[in-house]
Design a protein around this ligand. Structure first.
Ligand code: GLN
Length: 300
């Protein structure tokens, strides 16, 4: 009997009128996504999609859970579910996310901003309140780091590089929607051998740092849908970006200026050695909210 009930429910949620209300959508999503995501995450997806598509607040989602949706909204939830089943990240379905309370557009060309990176930004902001400082960010992606810094340090001059033209387009768009002035430049840091025009106070970077050998532990939604250009480095030289950026920072930071990195949790010790060997002082490693070695600072 129970088996028949389950088959009936499965068929109902798979094929029949199940996208009519948020309540039905939630149970359809739970049935279809339970093998990839946990229940809280699935509920959260429905809320994010309802905020995006219906213009609801979180309270509206609860109050209107049994209201009938129109056909195009119901179709949106149906198509979004198909995308979630293909492991497409929710932020790529809506095309947007939030970072440090600010809106950011995202696409398959940029890494989806992570909460760990908010902590890095917080560290920089705590160290540098209200200053006319000169900041260079390397490997900007969506632009989440430089745009957030500029929002909170309006007197700072912020420059930001990326190798990807597509990423720079998104970053420029994000600067515009946040009404923020950042000088985005197309640069390949590994090939950069020029001089920088100004002495810098802060250099920051969240470069690619996942080793090929770590791929097997990654979720399909990251592996299949986020840009490999922003994520991966070879197993034989995983610090390739850090070495070059740290050298560049050492040569262009004012004395007392600071270099901040987001790092691979497994390479904290190697990173401390790298900065010490290049002559940085007071090298400090910090953990992220998940308790993993994630951020590093050194003083020039
Ligand atoms: N923290 C990101 C992840 O785990 C990686 C970021 C990076 O490579 N810079 O997917």
């Amino acid at each position: 009997m129970r088996l028949f009930l389950n088959i009936y429910r499965y068929l109902l949620t798979k094929y029949i009128i199940v996208y009519n209300t948020l309540q039905q959508i939630t149970s359809t999503y739970k049935n279809r996504l339970q093998s990839i995501y946990d229940e809280n995450e699935i509920r959260n997806f429905v809320t994010i999609l309802a905020l995006y598509e219906l213009g609801y607040t979180k309270i509206d989602c609860m109050m209107n859970a049994s209201n009938e949706l129109n056909k195009s909204d119901a179709d949106f939830f149906k198509h979004s579910l198909e995308k979630l089943e293909q492991n497409i990240p929710i932020q790529q379905i809506t095309g947007e996310t939030e970072f440090y309370g600010l809106p950011f557009k995202v696409s398959k060309d940029v890494l989806i901003p992570r909460p760990e990176t908010e902590e890095l930004v917080e560290w920089i902001l705590k160290d540098n309140t209200n200053k006319h400082i000169n900041i260079l960010d390397i490997g900007t992606g969506s632009g989440c780091i430089p745009i957030t810094l500029k929002q909170h340090l309006p007197d700072a001059k912020v420059t930001s590089w990326d190798i990807s033209e597509n990423a720079l387009e998104i970053a420029n768009h994000n600067a515009m929607i946040n009404n923020t002035e950042v000088a985005f430049e197309h640069q390949d840091v590994l090939k950069f051998d020029g001089a920088l025009p100004n002495q810098l106070d802060v250099v920051v970077s969240n470069p690619p740092y996942i080793r090929e050998l770590e791929k097997e532990w990654m979720h399909d939604n990251v592996l299949d849908h986020e840009p490999h250009l922003a994520l991966f480095v070879s197993d034989s030289d995983p610090l390739i970006f850090y070495r070059k950026i740290a050298q560049l920072a050492k040569a262009n930071l004012k004395s007392g200026g600071a270099l901040y990195f987001e790092i691979n949790e497994a390479l904290g010790k190697e990173m401390i050695d790298l900065l010490n060997n290049l002559g940085f002082n007071n090298v400090e490693l910090r953990k992220d909210l998940f308790g993993k070695d994630r951020m590093l600072k050194g003083i020039a």
